[in-house]
Design a protein around this ligand. Structure first.
Ligand SMILES: Nc1ncnc2c1ncn2[C@@H]1O[C@H](COP(=O)(O)OP(=O)(O)OP(=O)(O)O)[C@@H](O)[C@H]1O
Ligand SMILES: O=c1ccn([C@@H]2O[C@H](COP(=O)(O)O)[C@@H](O)[C@H]2O)c(=O)[nH]1
Length: 382
């Protein structure tokens, strides 16, 4: 390690997390090496302890409620950064401070337009080490600072690589492209990339109330609602090359090829940084789409199935059709959608029911009655 190489840490809480891509890009442009990063969930107690550790020894630890809230509301992103003369870079990027602890005085955030208490950083060797040890108790910071590559790999990459290789060996049906499979495995299981966001699928016949109930879940549980149908309609209107195909398939109540829908879902999920989980409404419509989603995006918690008689759904959709402007809210398309649902989507429901990954509610009742049942499943799971 060069004489004046320095390790520092940077903790981005709440609002600052949304600027992480820019901040990381700026750091890299300044030749900073992001040696480690991890999403950290702090509870009240740990947030207070962190603020205590962070405050100067001769300062009263600052427990302002607002600061604690920002640290506990959502996961924070913590980075370990290495660079020669890191203090100077941090100061330059984070506002030309004269001391690394002037962050508390308020000038800190000009460049990124963020509140001062949405960032914490330190380049003081001992304090940075203490904070890193606190934030990442399982990280071998000592070896990392000593720049021992073998030990560094052993404490970071090797465990997940070993478990990926073990899984690969155990698989009865070996993947056609093992390296690609392993790459996906590493990304999906890397705890440092992102906090695991829970994924819930919402299925039910056309008009069973999926969108209506998702709105209520978003309000109460702050999950991100992604309607596969809405994403396809948006894609169609964007003038994409798939536009005509999607348009025709929606009118005919057919299922758009899974790779198109999954790509749209993946992009929408990646854009979403704030929510703690996703409600995926109207997907998977086919059994193979469920498998492809699990392979390319990740596992899900359960499917919520809204069970509703066809006559009730038909009435609801015809009523909605008077105002929705949807090309498929007419009797001809509605009937085709019912057929597709029974023939192609019900097998998905039955498959996951048999695997205990499905919960079902009677969706023929009033919106409030249905929601009363639904929320219990989310209270248990979130
Ligand atoms: N429990 C309910 N009782 C009566 N009407 C309802 C109920 N739930 C939803 N609706 C109404 O029925 C129509 C269809 O609801 P919604 O759009 O939520 O269904 P959906 O399952 O998302 O439909 P689609 O699959 O076609 O997108 C809407 O006009 C909605 O206001
Ligand atoms: O995963 C999906 C979701 C939807 N579609 C097509 O869109 C329409 C409308 O879907 P809603 O969920 O009712 O908004 C549906 O009939 C399909 O044609 C899809 O192909 N795949």
């Amino acid at each position: 390690m060069a004489e004046d190489d320095l390790f520092g840490f940077l903790l981005l809480s709440q609002t600052a997390v949304s600027k992480r891509a820019t901040i990381i890009k700026d750091l890299k442009q300044q030749d900073c090496e992001i040696v480690y990063q991890e999403w950290v969930s702090l509870d009240l107690d740990r947030a207070k302890k962190f603020l205590q550790l962070y405050s100067k020894p001769d300062e009263q630890a600052n427990y302002e409620e607002d600061k604690v809230n920002k640290l506990t509301e959502n996961s924070c992103l913590a980075l370990v950064v290495k660079k020669t003369q890191l203090s100077a870079t941090f100061k330059e990027l984070f506002d030309g401070q004269t001391s690394q602890r002037d962050v508390e005085t308020g000038l800190f955030s000009t460049k990124y337009g963020l509140p001062v208490d949405s960032f914490y950083y330190s380049t003081d060797k001992n304090n940075a080490k203490e904070c890193i040890e606190f934030l990442f108790p399982n990280l071998d910071i000592h070896n990392m600072m000593e720049n021992n590559p073998r030990k560094y790999l052993e404490s970071t990459v090797v465990p997940i690589l070993t478990s990926g290789l073990t899984q690969l060996c155990k698989m009865e049906q070996k993947p056609e492209h093992p390296c690609e499979w392993l790459g996906q495995y590493l990304i999906q299981h890397d705890p440092t990339l992102s906090p695991k966001k829970k994924i819930y699928f919402i299925l039910g016949g056309p008009g069973s109330g999926k969108g209506t109930q998702c709105e209520k879940l978003v309000e109460e549980f702050h999950l991100c609602h992604l309607s596969a149908g809405d994403l396809l309609r948006k894609e169609m209107q964007s003038g994409s090359s798939h536009g005509q195909l999607i348009d025709r398939m929606i009118r005919d109540g057919e299922i758009v090829p899974g790779h198109i829908t999954i790509e749209l879902l993946k992009n929408a999920m990646e854009e979403q940084t704030q929510s703690s989980g996703f409600l995926i409404d109207g997907f998977p419509r086919k059994l193979d789409q469920a498998g492809a989603f699990e392979k390319w995006i990740g596992d899900f918690e359960f499917i919520l199935f809204l069970d509703c008689p066809q006559e009730e759904m038909e009435q609801r959709l015809l009523k909605r059709g008077q105002v929705s402007g949807r090309s498929d809210d007419n009797l001809d398309s509605i009937r085709k959608r019912f057929t597709t649902f029974v023939e192609t989507t019900m097998p998905v429901v039955e498959y996951y029911r048999s695997r205990d990954k499905l919960v079902q509610v009677d969706a023929s009742r009033s919106v409030e009655e249905v929601y009363k049942d639904i929320r219990t499943y989310f209270i248990e799971s979130t």
